[in-house]
Design a protein around this ligand. Structure first.
Ligand SMILES: *Cc1c(COP(=O)(O)O)cnc(C)c1O
Length: 429
């Protein structure tokens, strides 16, 4: 697409956008009675309109039925999580029985590491990407300690080449090869939260398997953002949160994927609870754990219905739109933001650097931008002008035009405001 920096162009693109109707399915924060320009769906997705009613439904059913709501509620609580597996599986490219919705992201990562990080002999290293989300690194370190190992000996953070900020796939594969029989697990953020780099999960998984290691991914910034085919790529496990691109509310329930070959293995070590037990005998309350042969075997507790009600309402929109259409729009819209940023640089003379890779295959919708010589006050000024982006120390602005609800006009208007702000700042200095 040939982009133009004018309002007419943006409006024509919005007119042609087959997802344009979905914008009105989300609630935007307001600035002077107008929708804000919201670009932080990578951090907390907007509230779908249907959420309020979904929550009221559960409140009403609880009032009406009490404990009988487990079976009599409109969406019976006993099996509440089961309906969420199918729409979630579509988003991450999994078979339905490979997915379970439960707990929250870091809790799930820790649970999965119990099963999939089992160091033995010299095979005990965990390879992860440069600048991982700290929570993931804390989890890796705690599992090293759980096995009596020193985290400094087993945690391997993959570094970029000198002068580069993102990783080259060929270097990742070479690193896996080099670690060889010392490597127990590769566990990357599939889309890195800081740079927005989307890794090639297929080749990383393949290479990990070649050297006898497992491959798991944190999909916090990938689920609902980029196309995934976890099952076909033979990824061993993955987990994600649902409050970022999946718009399911602050701290909402998380998702887990475990490959078919593992869910069938009843001997696999895991932390067990009654909700993972064979449904037929669950209420016989027997002392021996009999795991289900689905990813549900990892779930320990009964469904947290209120956060799942929000997630359910949010997933309805993904089921309607599908990842294919979302991705098509996403590639175009993020390309437009990249173009607009170049225009802003031209107009203001302000130097900027985009840390996120240029190739569409290597990123989702987020761009991570360094505005030379700026600090946090730039983001605060944008906020005062009705624009929400986020700031990550030491000097990075992250922003994500989300295809589900952001428009070309949003991106265009951002460019106008950003130009004004930068001109004023440069004038002052
Ligand atoms: C957002 C995010 C988290 C947050 O973890 P919670 O357990 O949901 O608080 C963890 N890891 C990554 C990579 C993230 O992007």
């Amino acid at each position: 697409m040939k982009y133009e920096n004018n309002l007419d162009f943006a409006l024509v693109q919005d007119e042609r956008d087959i997802l344009r109707a979905y914008r009105s399915q989300y609630l935007f924060p307001k600035h002077e009675n107008l929708d804000m320009l919201y670009f932080t769906g990578n951090s907390l997705g907007l509230q779908p309109v249907g959420v309020r009613e979904a929550l009221i439904q559960e409140c009403d059913d609880w009032a009406k039925y009490g404990v009988e709501g487990h079976f009599l509620a409109k969406h019976p609580w006993y099996s509440y999580h089961e309906d969420l597996a199918e729409p979630s599986a579509r988003i991450v490219g999994a078979l339905i029985h490979e997915v379970v919705v439960m707990n929250q992201l870091t809790v799930n990562l820790n649970l999965l590491l119990i099963s999939f990080y089992q160091p033995q002999g010299k095979r005990r290293k965990i390879l992860f990407e440069t600048k991982p989300f700290p929570s993931d690194q804390y989890a890796f370190a705690s599992h090293a300690k759980l096995h009596g190992l020193n985290p400094d000996d087993v945690l391997v953070e993959m570094q970029p080449r000198n002068g580069e900020v993102t990783l080259r796939n060929e270097d990742i594969l070479a690193k896996i090869e080099e670690l060889g029989d010392e490597l127990a697990l590769v566990c990357f953020g599939a889309v890195n939260y800081f740079t927005g780099q989307f890794f090639d999960l297929k080749s990383i998984t393949e290479k990990a398997h070649q050297v006898g290691a497992l491959a798991g991914f944190d999909l916090a910034h990938a689920a609902g953002n980029v196309p995934l085919r976890l099952h076909d790529w033979e990824v061993d496990f993955a987990c994600w949160c649902t409050y970022k691109y999946l718009n399911s509310g602050p701290g909402s329930v998380g998702g887990v994927y475990i490959h078919d070959s593992h869910v069938r293995n009843k001997e696999l070590l895991r932390l067990a609870g009654w909700w993972g037990n064979n449904k037929k005998t669950r209420f016989e309350m027997k002392p021996d754990f009999d795991p289900m042969i689905t990813a549900e075997a990892w779930s320990m507790s009964n469904a947290p219905v209120f956060s799942m009600a929000v997630h359910r309402a949010a997933l309805v929109l993904f089921a309607e739109v599908g990842m294919y259409e979302l991705r098509n729009k996403s590639v175009q819209l993020t390309g437009y933001l990249e173009f607009i940023l170049a225009e802003v640089q031209k107009e203001t003379g302000q130097k900027m650097q985009i840390l996120t890779p240029k190739e569409a295959d290597s990123r989702g919708c987020q761009l991570s931008i360094v505005v030379e010589g700026s600090d946090k006050s730039l983001v605060a000024e944008l906020f005062r002008q009705g624009v929400i982006v986020d700031w990550r120390e030491p000097n990075v602005i992250r922003m994500a035009p989300v295809p589900m609800y952001n428009s070309y006009e949003d991106v265009y208007q951002f460019g106008v405001k950003f130009t004004q702000i930068l001109k004023k700042r440069i004038g002052k200095s």
